[in-house]
Design a protein around this ligand. Structure first.
Ligand code: GLU
Length: 277
């Protein structure tokens, strides 16, 4: 049972943290036979700047936060196994034990909390629009009768269905696909969180083609998705707080989004993690 081993590893890590005060080291994630256990971390593979897979290399802010947190839980980098977690599959992947934790631009919502738990938030984004550079769309109220692309299972698509029913919503499995459709001229705009759109717009293949409108219309609090019954939430929150205090959070954000036209909302970032329930 991998889930159980994860829980045991986290407990070992917590014990090791306590011991480290008197000189003990952390061997988190190893079994009694000394064989390294993996922790399976759900990320996006197609969101440059956030969660991106290029061959065997994983980059982005979510990946950096995941590595930092896993390290604090006692896992070494070679014990991390990154698994693709598309927006529509996240609750299922956590509740069926396919992954141990998710760092994937995953907004904390009450609806999702019925199926999974969250540590964090570790970042606060806002829903925005990506449009062709010459477009005069200035916000969601300009989308009446227009074609808008978003992703199945995201809060971004749900918001449009709930608040802007006059918009013709096209759903894709990922935001990169939405951008490809827009590059082909079949849709007028793409919607999701500003930071995701900025990362996509900064891709060399998209250079000069699109702009982020810069008029956010939601608050997306990025949490670390955990299975409902977990004993790691407190440790994950402690790791997030440490990452922010040490300056590693700011550095990860700067390096991951380097070259993107993006600055985070300083009024709400860096956030303070919620109490674990
Ligand atoms: N943060 C939003 C969500 O969790 C949109 C981004 C995404 O689909 O990952 O649904």
């Amino acid at each position: 049972m991998r889930k159980t081993r994860f829980a045991v590893a986290a407990m070992a890590a917590a014990a090791a943290l306590t011991l480290s005060a008197c000189g003990g080291g952390s061997d988190g994630g190893s079994t009694s036979e000394g064989e390294a256990e993996k922790v399976r971390i759900g990320i996006k593979f197609d969101q440059p700047g956030l969660g991106f897979k290029d061959g065997d290399t994983y980059t982005g802010f979510d990946v950096e936060v995941a590595k930092y947190v896993a390290n604090e839980l006692g896992y070494k980098e070679d014990q991390l196994e990154f698994v693709e977690s598309p927006s529509a599959n996240r609750e299922n992947m956590l509740s069926t034990g396919q992954v141990d934790m998710i760092f994937a631009t995953y907004s904390i919502t009450d609806e999702r909390k019925e199926q999974v738990s969250f540590a964090g938030p570790y970042f606060i984004a806002g829903q925005d629009l990506l449009v062709p550079t010459d477009s005069d769309i200035g916000g969601p109220e300009d989308l009446e009768g227009k074609k808008l692309c978003s992703v199945t299972g995201s809060t971004s698509a749900q918001k449009i269905k709930d608040k802007y029913p006059g918009v013709e919503l096209v759903e894709q499995p990922g935001y990169a696909e939405c951008v490809t459709v827009m590059a082909g001229g079949q849709i007028d705009a793409v919607t999701t969180d500003d930071i995701i759109l900025a990362g996509l717009a900064a891709q060399p293949s998209n250079a000069g083609k699109f702009k982020v409108v810069g008029n956010t219309f939601s608050e997306e609090r990025y949490g670390v998705g955990l299975p409902k019954d977990n004993d790691t939430c407190e440790d994950v929150n402690a790791a997030i707080t440490k990452m922010i205090e040490e300056g590693a959070w700011e550095e990860a954000l700067d390096t991951s989004l380097e070259g993107a036209d993006f600055s985070y909302n300083e009024e709400v970032n860096p956030p303070e993690p919620d109490a674990c329930s």
